[in-house]
Design a binder for this molecule. Structure first.
Ligand code: S3P
Length: 182
C-alpha cells in the first residue's frame, strides 16, 4: 500500500545521479535497509552488469532487472537504489509507484559527464559520443522518472554528505506521516 508506514524508499534517476552513493548514507539516516539492485544482481549471478549485457544483451538484462525488482518490492522497509533504466518498462513503473515513496534523483547531462568521466563499467556508455547518448536517454527517460516520483531532488553540485542530509530533511518534512523512524 502506497505511503504506508514502513513503505520502501525507492531512488530512480539517471546514471551518476547518486542513487547508490547518496542512497547508502540516506538509508543510515532514515533507518532503511539499503539495497542496490544492480549490485545484488551481480552478487547473485557472480558476474558484472557488463557481462550480463555481453552475454544476454540489453533485453536479457532488462528481464533480470524486472524480476529482481518485483521480488524486492514485495518487501518493505528498504531503500532501493535502482538502475537508471528500470523505469523503461511500464510494469516496473506501476510496481514502483505503488510500493513506496519514490525520489527522482536528478542530474543534468553535463553533471553526468563530469561524474562518470572515469567510469568504464557501464555498458550503455561504451560509445564514441557519451554526451549524445546521455542526452538521448535523458529525453526519453526524464518524463518517466517524473511520472513515478513523489519528489524530484537534484544532486547537482552537492557532496554526497550534503545531498543525503538535505534529502533526508525534505523527506521528513513531506512524508513524516509514512516514514519509519530509526
Ligand atoms: C543502466 C544503468 C545502470 C545499469 C545498467 C543500465 C541504464 O545503473 O542498470 O548499466 O539503462 O541507465 P546505474 O543507473 O546505477 O548506473
Amino acid at each position: 500500500m502506497k505511503h504506508a508506514m514502513h513503505a520502501n524508499l525507492i531512488l530512480v534517476g539517471p546514471m551518476g545521479a547518486g542513487k547508490t552513493a547518496i542512497g547508502k548514507p540516506l538509508a543510515a539516516l532514515g533507518g532503511w535497509r539499503f539495497v542496490d539492485a544492480d549490485r545484488l544482481l551481480e552478487e547473485r549471478l557472480g558476474v558484472s552488469i557488463a557481462d550480463i549485457f555481453a552475454m544476454e544483451g540489453e533485453a536479457g538484462f532488462r528481464q533480470r532487472e524486472s524480476a529482481l525488482l518485483s521480488e524486492l518490492l514485495a518487501e518493505s522497509g528498504q531503500l532501493i537504489a535502482t538502475g537508471g533504466g528500470v523505469i523503461l518498462a511500464e510494469e516496473n513503473r506501476r510496481l514502483i509507484k505503488k510500493s513506496g515513496i519514490v525520489v527522482h534523483l536528478a542530474l543534468s547531462v553535463a553533471g553526468q559527464l563530469q561524474r562518470l568521466q572515469q567510469d568504464r563499467s557501464r555498458p550503455l556508455l561504451q560509445c564514441p559520443d557519451r554526451a549524445e547518448r546521455l542526452q538521448a536517454m535523458a529525453q526519453l527517460r526524464t518524463p518517466l522518472y517524473d511520472e513515478v516520483a513523489d519528489l524530484r531532488f537534484s544532486s547537482e553540485g552537492l557532496s554526497v554528505d550534503a545531498a543525503s542530509r538535505r534529502l533526508h530533511g525534505l523527506l521528513r518534512c513531506h512524508f513524516s506521516h509514512c516514514l519509519q523512524e530509526p
